[in-house]
Design a protein around this ligand. Structure first.
Ligand code: B3K
Ligand code: ZN
Length: 889
C-alpha cells in the first residue's frame, strides 16, 4: 500500500514567497464548456524571498494557452511546467505576467475553482482552488489588489458578480454583456470569488456606526425570495454586533451573500461576496426548522465576522488556519449567545457547542487523524478543516477570554488589529497580542497549539473539619497521539464553585489571601499537579468543577450519585447543572450497556436509575427554568458520546441500553411528558426566537419520548401533530416519531411529505436524512433509497443527507454484524472519490475509530478500509485519511 509521506507539506518548511503580487487583473469569458481566463499580474521580487524564480501553481485541469512576460511571449525554454508548478527562473526584479488559461467549468465536479451549479457559475477558492482558475502563487501570504472583468451571454447570465465595488457594466453586442469589479482591499487568492447567472436579490441599505451606508444583498435563484428575510436580518445583526462588541466596522460599500445548491461546505467568506450553501441561507417556516434558523444566523455571522478575522488579517500559511477559524467560531458562538440574551439562553448555547465538541472533536483527538490546533504537516489541506481547527480552536480562543476577562480579551483583539491589519500572520502573533495587551506571560499557553489530544484533569478533594480548609488537587495528563508520544503540562483555566448543604455558592477565599471572596474562581492549572486551598469553609461542600466548561478537557472526579443529583438540582452554573445530569445518565447507560453485553436483566442493572428519572421529572416540571434548558437536560448522551466512554465499542449494546432507558423514562414520566406537550404548544404565527424555539424543542423532546412507547396513544398524538403542524420543526419531529415507530400512518406520512415538498431540495434532504438515521432503516433500505429519483451523488447536500446520515448517525444499523454497512461505505467512498475528493474524504473519516470496536467488527472495518486504500486513482484527500487510519502508531 502507498504511504506517500514524502508528499507531506510541513510547517517547518515554510519560506517566504520569492515574488509578491501587487495587482491582479482578471478577464473572464464565461462559458460552461470553454471558459477563457486572461490574467495580468504585476510582480515584484520579495526582498525576503530566496531566489529570483517566479513560482506559480496551476491545477492539472488547467490548459495554458498563452504566457507573456513584460509584453513578450515566453518561449518554452524560458519556463518549466511540471507537477502543477510553473517556474520562471532568473526573472527580473519586476515583472508583468500575462497568462491565458482555458477551463471546463461544467466538467468540474470537485466544486473547487470555477464550476457550474444549476446552470450558474460559482467559484470556491479556499484553500487551493484559485490554481484551478489560473497559474498563481496560490498561497495566503501573497496579498494583492484585484480588478475583475466578467463577460458572458446576457440572457443566460444576467447577473455578474465579483468582490468589491461594481465599477462599470455594459453591453458587448453579440448578445453578451460585461461587468467590471474592483476590490479596494488587498487579499489572498483564496478570497477571490465570482458568480454569474440567473439570480435575484433582496436588498437593503444599512447605516453603519461611522455614518456611512452600505448596500446589503442576498442573492438566490428565482422563486426563493420568500426565504431570504432571516439571512438578511442575521446579516444586519452581525454588522451591529461586531461594531458593538469589538468595535469592528464593515469596510465595504456593498456586501453580498449568494446561495448555491451545490457546495462542499457551509459557506465561504470571499471578500464582500460571501457564497453560501443554500442550507445556510434559505428559510421560511414551511421549509426550515428552528435549528435551521439558528444555524443560518450563526453561519451568516461567522462569514461576516471573517471580514476582519480572516480577511483583513489573514493566515501566513495554512497551518495557521485556526488563527482565523478558531477565532471566528468563537466570535460566532458569542454572537449567537448574545442574540439569545438571557443567562440560561447563553448556557444552552454553550451546552450545544460543548455537545458538538464531545461528539465530534474528542473522538478526532483520540483517533488516527488527531492533530494539534496548529498542525505540523498535511498531505491535503482540505482534510484539515476539522472540528479540531474549528471547535477546539474556538475553545482555545475562549480560554484567553476566561484567563484575561472580557475586557482583557478585547484589549488583546484591539492590539492584534493595530499590529496586523492588512497582514498574513501566525497563531503566535495572536497569542503575543493577547499577552502584550495584558502584560501576561502566555508562553506555556502555546502548548494548546502544538500538542494534540484531549487533556484529562483529575480532581481530588479533602476537607479538614478542624481547620475549615477545603483542598482541591488538580492533576493533568494527556494521552499520546500520532507522532506525539509524550506531552508537557497545559495552562488550563479551571473555573470552580463550592456548594454548601443548602446548595448555595460559598465565598471562595484562598488560604493566605483574604482580599477577595468571589463565589466562582478560575484556578490556573499549569503544573502536572497542583493543590488549591480554601479557608473558612464550614462543612464539607460539593464542588462544582469546570464551570461553563472553562477548558476543552475531560474532567474526572469521583462524584457520588447523590452529589450529582444535588448539583443537578442546585448548581448556580447552568452548564454544570446540565453536566451533572449527563454524568449520571452516562453512568447508568454504561451499566445498562454492560448488562446487555452480559445478557443480564436490565431491571436490576442500574440501581440508581429510578432516582435519576425523578430528578429529570423535577427539571421537566420546573417552570422557572427555560424550556430550552429543560430540553437539553432531558436529552440523554448520544450513542457516539457513550461509545467514547467504552474501552471497546459495542454499538448494538449501546443502542439497546439507550433505547431501554428512553422507554423507561417515557413510561415513568408519561403524564408529565403529555403535560409538557400541552403546556408548551406554541400558538399564533411562527417565530424562530429563542423562547418559542425552546418551547417547541421541549415539546418535541417530550413527544419523541412518548413515541418510544409505540402504542396507540402515542401513535395518535404523533399523527395529530404531523397532521396539524404549521411549521417544519413540528412537522419533522412528528415524522421522526412516526418513522421510528410501528404507527399505521407512517408510510403514508412519508409519502405525503415527499409529494408536498418535492420542489424544495433542502426539505427533500431532510426526508432522506430522517430515513437514513431511523432505527428501522437497514443497509438494503439505504441502497433502495439511493435508487430514488431524487437521489443525486453529485450534490453534496444530498449525498450527506443519505449516505453520511446512515454511516454517521445510525450506528446500530451501520455497524451491522455482517459488515454490510462497511461494504456500502467503501463503495460510496470510492464512487465519491471520482466525483468530489473533498466530500469523499469526509465520508472516509467514518472509519477513524475502527480499532476501538470489538474484534470481529474491527476486522471487517479494516477490510473495508483496505479496499478503499487499494482502489485505483485515489485522491490525495482520501489517501491521507485511509492511510492514517490504517497506520500503526
Ligand atoms: N473558510 C471556509 C472554508 C473553506 C473550506 C475549504 N475546503 C468556510 C468558513 O470557515 O467560514
Ligand atoms: Zn470560517
Amino acid at each position: 500500500m502507498r504511504t506517500d509521506t514524502t508528499l507531506a507539506i510541513r510547517r517547518s518548511d515554510y519560506t517566504e514567497p520569492n515574488y509578491l503580487v501587487e495587482t491582479v487583473e482578471l478577464g473572464f469569458d464565461l462559458d460552461p464548456t470553454d471558459t477563457r481566463v486572461a490574467a495580468r499580474l504585476t510582480l515584484r521580487h520579495n526582498p525576503d524571498g530566496r531566489a529570483n524564480d517566479i513560482v506559480l501553481v496551476g491545477d492539472d485541469s488547467l490548459e495554458l494557452v498563452q504566457l507573456r512576460m513584460n509584453g513578450k511571449p515566453l518561449s518554452r525554454r524560458a519556463y518549466r511546467l511540471a507537477d502543477n508548478e510553473l517556474r520562471i527562473p532568473n526573472a527580473p526584479e519586476e515583472a508583468v505576467l500575462e497568462i491565458e488559461t482555458a477551463l471546463k467549468p461544467e466538467a468540474n465536479t470537485s466544486l473547487m475553482g470555477l464550476y457550474v451549479s444549476n446552470g450558474n457559475f460559482f467559484t470556491q477558492c479556499e484553500a487551493e482552488g484559485f490554481r484551478k482558475i489560473t497559474f498563481f502563487p496560490d498561497r495566503p501570504d501573497v496579498m494583492a489588489k484585484y480588478k475583475v472583468m466578467l463577460r458572458a451571454n446576457r440572457e443566460q447570465y444576467p447577473v455578474l458578480l465579483s468582490n468589491g465595488n461594481l465599477i462599470e457594466e455594459g453591453d458587448l453586442g453579440d448578445g453578451r454583456h460585461y461587468a467590471l469589479w474592483e476590490d479596494p482591499f488587498r487579499k489572498p487568492s483564496y478570497l477571490f470569488a465570482l458568480v454569474a447567472g440567473k439570480l435575484v436579490c433582496q436588498e437593503e441599505r444599512c447605516a453603519l456606526a461611522d455614518g456611512r451606508e452600505a448596500l446589503l444583498q442576498v442573492w438566490v435563484e428565482e422563486g426563493n425570495l420568500d426565504k431570504t428575510q432571516h439571512a438578511m436580518e442575521s446579516l444586519k445583526n452581525s454588522i451591529r454586533w461586531d461594531e458593538e462588541r469589538f468595535g469592528l466596522e464593515l469596510d465595504l460599500d456593498r456586501f453580498m451573500i449568494v446561495a448555491v445548491g451545490d457546495f462542499n461546505m457551509g459557506a465561504m467568506e470571499n471578500k464582500g461576496l460571501n457564497i453560501f450553501n443554500t442550507k445556510y441561507v434559505l428559510a421560511n417556516p414551511r421549509i426550515a426548522t428552528d435549528s435551521d434558523y439558528a444555524n443560518i444566523e450563526a453561519v451568516v455571522g461567522h462569514e461576516y465576522f471573517h471580514n476582519w478575522t480572516g480577511n483583513r488579517v489573514t493566515c501566513r500559511d495554512w497551518f495557521q488556519l485556526s488563527l482565523k477559524e478558531g477565532l471566528t467560531v468563537f466570535r460566532d458562538q458569542e454572537f449567537s449567545a448574545d442574540m439569545v440574551g438571557t443567562d440560561s439562553g447563553r448556557a444552552v448555547k454553550r451546552i450545544d457547542d460543548v455537545r458538538v465538541l464531545r461528539q465530534a472533536q474528542f473522538p478526532e483527538d483520540a483517533g488516527p487523524m488527531a492533530h494539534p490546533v496548529r498542525p505540523d504537516s498535511y498531505l491535503e489541506i482540505n482534510n484539515f478543516y476539522t472540528v479540531t481547527i474549528y471547535e477546539k480552536g474556538s475553545e482555545v480562543v475562549r480560554m484567553y477570554q476566561t484567563l484575561l476577562g472580557r475586557e482583557g480579551f478585547r484589549k488583546g483583539m484591539d492590539l492584534y488589529f493595530e499590529r496586523h491589519d492588512g497582514q498574513a500572520v501566525t497563531c503566535d502573533d495572536f497569542r503575543a497580542a493577547m499577552a502584550d495587551a495584558n502584560g501576561r506571560d502566555l508562553t506555556q499557553f502555546e502548548r494548546w497549539y502544538s500538542q494534540a489530544g484531549t487533556p484529562r484533569v483529575r480532581a481530588e478533594t479533602r476537607y479538614d473539619d478542624a481547620s475549615r480548609i477545603y483542598e482541591i488537587t488538580l492533576s493533568q495528563s494527556c494521552p499520546p497521539t500520532p507522532g506525539q508520544k509524550t506531552k508537557l503540562p497545559f495552562h488550563i483555566p479551571v473555573k470552580i464553585g463550592l456548594l454548601d448543604a443548602q446548595g448555595r455558592d460559598l465565598p471562595l477565599v484562598f488560604e493566605g489571601d483574604l482580599s477577595e471572596a468571589p463565589t466562582t474562581r478560575v484556578l490556573e492549572l499549569t503544573e502536572a499537579s497542583q493543590t488549591f486551598r480554601f479557608t473558612g469553609i464550614f462543612g464539607e461542600p460539593v464542588p462544582s468543577l469546570l464551570r461553563d466548561f472553562s477548558a476543552p478537557v475531560i474532567l474526572e472526579y469521583d462524584y457520588s450519585d447523590d452529589d450529582l443529583a444535588f448539583l443537578m438540582a442546585h448548581d448556580s452554573d447552568p452548564f454544570n447543572r446540565w453536566e451533572a445530569g449527563q454524568r449520571l445518565a452516562t453512568r447508568h447507560l454504561l451499566a445498562l450497556t454492560r448488562a446487555v453485553q452480559e445478557s443480564r436483566p436490565l431491571e436490576e442493572a442500574a440501581p440508581g436509575v429510578a432516582t435519576f428519572i425523578e430528578s429529570l421529572r423535577a427539571i421537566l416540571n420546573d417552570t422557572t427554568l427555560d424550556a430550552a434548558f429543560r430540553e437539553v437536560a432531558l436529552t440523554l448522551p448520544s450513542e457516539g458520546v457513550l461509545a467514547e466512554e467504552m474501552d471497546v465499542i459495542d454499538p448494538q449494546a449501546i443502542h439497546a441500553a439507550r433505547q431501554y432507558l428512553r422507554r423507561m423514562l417515557a413510561r415513568t414520566l408519561r403524564n408529565d411528558l403529555v403535560a409538557a406537550c400541552n403546556l408548551n404548544a406554541t400558538t399564533g404565527a411562527y417565530s424562530p426566537d429563542a423562547a418559542s424555539a425552546g418551547k417547541r424543542g421541549l415539546k418535541n423532546v417530550a413527544l419523541l419520548y412518548l413515541a418510544e412507547l409505540d402504542d396507540t396513544d402515542s401513535h395518535a398524538m404523533t399523527q395529530a401533530q404531523y397532521d396539524r403542524a404549521d411549521n417544519m420543526t413540528d412537522r419533522i419531529a412528528a415524522l421522526m416519531g412516526l418513522v421510528n415507530s410501528s404507527a399505521p400512518g407512517k408510510a403514508d406520512a412519508l409519502e405525503r411529505f415527499y409529494t408536498e415538498f418535492e420542489g424544495e431540495a433542502l426539505v427533500i434532504d431532510k426526508w432522506f436524512s430522517l430515513q437514513a438515521s431511523a432505527r428501522t432503516t437497514h443497509v438494503p433500505d439505504v441502497r433502495r433509497l439511493m435508487k430514488h429519483e431524487a437521489f443525486n451523488l453529485k450534490n453534496p447536500n444530498r449525498a450527506r443527507s443519505l449516505i453520511f446520515s446512515f454511516c454517521n448517525a445510525n450506528p446500530a444499523r451501520f455497524h451491522a454484524p455482517d459488515g454490510s454497512g462497511y461494504e456500502y461505505w467503501a463503495e460510496q467512498v470510492i464512487a465519491l472519490n471520482a466525483i468530489n475528493p473533498q466530500v469523499a474524504a469526509r465520508l472516509a473519516r467514518t472509519m477513524d475509530r475502527w480499532r476501538k470496536y470489538d474484534r470481529l467488527l474491527a476486522q471487517l472495518m479494516k477490510k473495508a478500509l483496505q479496499r478503499v486504500a487499494e482502489a485505483p486513482k485515489l485522491s490525495k484527500d482520501v489517501l491521507e485519511v485511509v492511510t492514517k487510519a490504517l497506520a500503526d502508531n
